[in-house]
Design a protein around this ligand. Structure first.
Ligand code: GRG
Length: 295
């Protein structure tokens, strides 16, 4: 299958599954479900679930096995964006060109929508794990996802990012922020796809390496786009990263070195995927595509 077809195929699968998870009867929690759906279907790229599905496809046979984890990762990602946009954090009025959750539903509901998505993601994963007599790979995957989203992952990176605002920071601190705030939740889907697909330990390790390189390259590209401008960022309001003077790769090392670093990291991803030959073509194209932000 050619890349774009495969990409759309993955996106459709994920969207259908997410819709079914949020297909609730009308009830007392109507507003909450509506606000969770608002952000979940506000135009995200579905990068994290796509990575889980693509990694699974390298090793496993029935993609539905990994779907609960792919969808849970998107829910966790969406919760983090809802909370990140709140006045207490980045105070953004727009995301993906649309009003942010709290601008539509108010801060209280936006906080609960984020909390709801986070908790529901674990409910979905554990429900799925309980359907299997041999739960090892499922519990291992859930732990992987909890780690990547928690204090030793995304939240750990976010707190250091918050504390570093308006300060000069060292390269080591910036790396910590990027590896935890961004790369952790990009690495988890690649690892989980391999774990659920029944991959060997060395392949799981390789997927982890790919995720760390890809995640860092993804964040540096984001930093570069923040400086050189990009249409998708036009919706950002007062309080965005630039106005708060957050140190980024681009501000610390300049655009040229940042681009070189992204190329270096993308080359690493390409080399790590080589042993998987044709089967890894999708991931190969995806990583090159991501760096050019054509996706
Ligand atoms: C508030 C708990 C909490 C965590 C915040 C993820 C995060 C940590 C903040 C979001 C802001 C940000 C710039 C994060 C870096 C990672 C990143 C570039 C996220 C955007 O991911 P995409 O491009 O988003 O995959 P879409 O819109 O496609 O879903």
């Amino acid at each position: 299958m050619i890349f774009k077809d495969q990409l759309n195929n993955y996106i459709e699968l994920v969207n259908a599954q997410l819709s079914s998870y949020l297909d609730y009867e009308k009830g007392h929690n109507n507003k909450l479900i509506e606000s969770m759906k608002y952000s979940l279907f506000a135009g995200g790229k579905r990068l994290r679930p796509i990575l889980a599905l693509a990694s699974y496809d390298l090793f496993g046979k029935d993609i539905h096995e990994v779907m609960p984890y792919a969808c849970a990762l998107e829910m966790i990602h969406t919760y983090s964006l809802i909370h990140d946009d709140l006045p207490a954090m980045d105070n953004d009025d727009y995301r993906r060109g649309k009003l942010t959750n709290h601008k539509i539903y108010g801060e209280g509901i936006a906080i609960l929508a984020g909390d709801g998505l986070l908790n529901y993601s674990f409910e979905i994963m554990l429900d799925n794990a309980l359907k299997h007599k041999d739960m090892y790979s499922h519990i291992r995957s859930i732990k992987e996802i909890a780690n990547s989203a928690g204090i030793n992952g995304m939240i750990g990176g976010q707190i250091v990012d918050l504390e570093s605002e308006n300060k000069a920071i060292k390269e080591e601190t910036l790396n910590y922020i990027h590896m935890n705030k961004t790369a952790a939740l990009i690495t988890a889907p690649l690892k989980v796809g391999a774990i659920i697909g029944g991959a060997r330990e060395e392949d799981i390790k390789c997927m982890e390496e790919i995720g760390l390189n890809l995640g860092l390259a993804f964040q540096i590209t984001d930093d570069i786009l923040d400086v050189i401008g990009d249409e998708s960022k036009l919706g950002k309001s007062i309080g965005s990263d630039m106005e708060k003077h957050k140190s980024t790769y681009a501000s610390l090392f300049g655009i040229e070195s940042s681009i070189e670093r992204v190329e270096e990291l993308t080359d690493n991803v390409n080399s790590l995927l080589k042993p998987y030959s044709d089967k890894s073509n999708f991931l190969l194209e995806l990583s090159n595509y991501l760096m050019k932000r054509e996706f």
